[in-house]
Design a protein around this ligand. Structure first.
Ligand SMILES: *[C@@H]1O[C@H](CO)[C@@H](O)[C@H](O)[C@H]1NC(C)=O
Ligand SMILES: *[C@@H]1O[C@H](CO)[C@@H](O)[C@H](O)[C@H]1NC(C)=O
Ligand SMILES: *[C@@H]1O[C@H](CO)[C@@H](O)[C@H](O)[C@H]1NC(C)=O
Ligand SMILES: *[C@@H]1O[C@H](CO)[C@@H](O)[C@H](O)[C@H]1NC(C)=O
Ligand SMILES: *[C@@H]1O[C@H](CO)[C@@H](O)[C@H](O)[C@H]1NC(C)=O
Ligand SMILES: *[C@@H]1O[C@H](CO)[C@@H](O)[C@H](O)[C@H]1NC(C)=O
Ligand SMILES: *[C@@H]1O[C@H](CO)[C@@H](O)[C@H](O)[C@H]1NC(C)=O
Ligand SMILES: *[C@@H]1O[C@H](CO)[C@@H](O)[C@H](O)[C@H]1NC(C)=O
Ligand SMILES: *[C@@H]1O[C@H](CO)[C@@H](O)[C@H](O)[C@H]1NC(C)=O
Ligand SMILES: *[C@@H]1O[C@H](CO)[C@@H](O)[C@H](O)[C@H]1NC(C)=O
Ligand SMILES: *[C@@H]1O[C@H](CO)[C@@H](O)[C@H](O)[C@H]1NC(C)=O
Ligand SMILES: *[C@@H]1O[C@H](CO)[C@@H](O)[C@H](O)[C@H]1NC(C)=O
Length: 493
């Protein structure tokens, strides 16, 4: 029998924590530590520039950033109902209510004593306060890092100044889903300043039906909603939960009143409630019930869920990301898109008022799923891996970690670099796009070699990897023989 003791980490401090050995049986309740294990529910943190294995080098003389494309994730929200997210929290809460109302004298003991006066108080799907802060901060940060430069801010200018230059408002895009829309508005308030809705146009693209929307591309990709096909991420989740939480279930059960039959899914639900209560209330008694190893399992489960649902492990992984990649390429090439064979809406993308060219920056507010599918459509081999559906502890050297790829407020940035004075060729081709090489930025034809994920530089193998078999992947009549990860985020007849 293992014992669970609560480490008093407050006294240790974060610095000593990194080096102190935390054994498997130790429960960790330092939120700064465990929140780094929350997968896509992790609060935003910059990655170190070299996090993805590429060293940062400066721009050579005469080169500068001319344009930035941002694909952004919304901020902290209430749970959704996907299986790895809110799916098991509400059943636990319902069971809890059931047992406590049938047996009002039932007593929770020891570390579960707090349950004697607990109620489930989480909402669904909406952006919460800390999420608005995440987005607002990201908008300010973008003004500071790029906006001042792109908009030629004058000395002493505190923020975007709509009246200083006569220009068309930039168009920012968002889906219509409330948390996405509000995230875009908070971001814009950070970038443009208070009371600034006159300074930009927000294009709201519907989400939630079967429309074409590159920022919610699962909607138009019919096979994505087909559970007989599209169940790989869920399968990985169901399969993995018992592998890492069975001992926790037994331990927690020993403090429950008679008649409370806690199953493995409830145990996972409890672990999730910790993350959401912390986001909403700033603290949660559920957080002190799990060991660091169990948080490592939790983090890996999120990786498996996303790899299998939206990335290289899913036959529609590339298809779901290709629409945004086509838009990115079109913007880089200064072209509109007149015909769609993906999730692109050609009515929107052929019109310069809804698909403007030559903006200093582009902000597209979206979901974690879409950022990951875009990374997949871009063929970033670095993230293509043979992830084991059962390894516990998981491989700590894996590259695909959603806690670093798509935390709340994640951003995927593509910079356009110009070197007008450094290179004679560039003088005649002012909009030439440059690649960032190991030794600096080297001119090349309209091809990027790197993108940036939460400040970490990600190697891009080839932008020609965007070819995805959209029509067949999304609409084809195919089934999978086995529920296991596919190799390349794609499927062919
Ligand atoms: C995977 O996608 C399916 C279909 O959209 C969805 O029902 C399910 O909740 C998703 N699961 C995960 C783990 O994201
Ligand atoms: C609540 O209790 C009733 C009666 O024992 C049972 O039939 C029902 O399945 C329970 N519901 C949940 C969510 O546990
Ligand atoms: C900033 O200045 C450069 C160089 O004069 C000019 O090309 C660019 O259009 C200006 N940007 C904006 C947003 O006004
Ligand atoms: C904004 O620009 C106008 C015109 O250039 C200038 O008069 C004003 O001082 C600027 N405001 C700020 C806050 O920089
Ligand atoms: C908000 O902006 C409008 C239009 O630019 C302006 O008329 C109004 O005075 C501003 N309100 C505040 C509270 O700054
Ligand atoms: C494309 O966008 C137009 C303009 O917003 C809209 O009317 C139309 O329904 C959209 N079509 C699809 C397939 O989403
Ligand atoms: C956990 O949930 C999955 C998916 O709904 C289900 O297949 C499985 O039987 C559940 N496990 C238990 C112990 O209830
Ligand atoms: C980009 O396309 C727009 C619209 O067609 C055009 O007005 C503009 O001059 C083009 N810019 C460059 C740098 O080619
Ligand atoms: C929507 O997507 C479908 C499938 O790729 C495509 O055939 C259709 O033309 C698109 N609609 C628009 C308005 O772009
Ligand atoms: C879309 O159509 C273009 C032109 O026919 C083709 O080059 C491209 O491969 C197609 N893309 C997809 C995703 O089918
Ligand atoms: C799911 O796919 C199967 C096989 O292609 C098909 O028979 C079924 O109609 C699809 N279901 C839905 C809801 O699209
Ligand atoms: C889909 O494929 C299955 C098996 O090959 C076949 O039985 C079925 O008729 C097909 N459905 C459609 C709508 O073509």
């Amino acid at each position: 029998m293992r014992t669970r003791s609560i480490l008093l980490l407050v006294a240790l401090g974060a610095a000593s924590l990194a080096s102190s050995a935390i054994s498997d049986s130790d429960v960790v309740d330092d939120l700064d530590v465990i929140s780094q294990y929350w997968g896509q529910l992790t609060p935003y943190n910059d990655n170190k520039p070299s996090f993805f294995g590429v060293e940062k080098v400066g721009l050579p003389d005469g080169c500068g950033i001319e344009q930035v494309h941002i694909l952004h994730r919304h901020g902290q929200r209430y749970p959704t109902s996907t299986i790895e997210d809110g799916g098991f929290m509400e059943p636990f809460a319902a069971k809890f209510k059931n047992v406590t109302s049938a047996h009002p004298s039932a007593q929770f003991k020891g570390p579960l004593e707090f349950l004697n006066s607990w109620t489930y108080q989480l909402g669904k799907g909406l952006l919460i306060g800390p999420g608005s802060v995440t987005e607002f901060t990201a908008g300010i940060r973008f003004w500071t890092q790029y906006g001042r430069l792109l908009y030629n801010a004058t000395a002493g200018q505190p923020g975007y100044n709509a009246s200083s230059v006569k220009r068309k408002n930039p168009v920012l895009r968002t889906t219509s889903q409330t948390r996405i829309l509000e995230s875009a508005e908070y971001w814009a308030t950070g970038f443009f300043g208070f009371n600034s809705t006159d300074s930009y146009d927000l294009l709201i693209i519907p989400e939630g039906g079967t429309e074409n929307n590159t920022l919610a591309s699962y909607d138009s990709c019919t096979n994505d909603g087909n559970s007989s096909i599209y169940y790989i991420g869920d399968y990985a989740v169901i399969n993995y939960i018992p592998r890492y939480l069975t001992p926790a279930m037994a331990c927690i059960s020993s403090y429950l009143p008679d008649g409370f039959d806690l199953n493995i899914n409830d145990t996972y639900g409890i672990q999730l409630i910790c993350t959401y209560e912390v986001a909403v209330f700033g603290e949660s008694d559920f957080c002190s019930l799990f060991t660091l190893a169990e948080w490592e399992g939790f983090r890996y489960l999120m990786d498996l869920a996303h790899y299998g649902n939206y990335s290289f492990g899913n036959p529609t992984g590339r298809a779901q990301g290709i629409g945004y990649v086509q838009e990115l390429l079109a913007r880089l090439r200064n072209q509109t898109i007149t015909v769609s064979n993906t999730s692109v809406n050609a009515t929107i993308d052929s019109n310069l008022s809804t698909f403007p060219l030559g903006q200093p920056f582009y902000l597209d507010m979206s979901h974690d799923d879409i950022l990951l599918s875009v990374v997949t459509a871009l063929s970033i081999e670095y993230f293509k891996e043979n992830l084991s559906m059962s390894a516990y502890p998981p491989d700590p050297k894996r590259h695909f970690m959603v806690s670093h790829l798509v935390p709340f407020g994640a951003r995927l940035e593509t910079e356009v670099i110009g070197c007008a004075s450094a290179n004679p060729e560039a003088k005649t081709k002012a909009s030439t796009i440059y690649t960032l090489g190991q030794n600096g930025y080297n001119p090349r034809d309209a091809i990027h070699k790197f993108i940036c994920m939460n400040n970490g530089i990600v190697p891009l193998d080839t932008i020609l990897g965007v070819l995805a078999n959209y029509q067949y992947a999304c609409f084809g009549n195919w089934t999978l023989d086995e529920l296991k990860f596919v190799e390349d985020g794609n499927i062919f007849p």
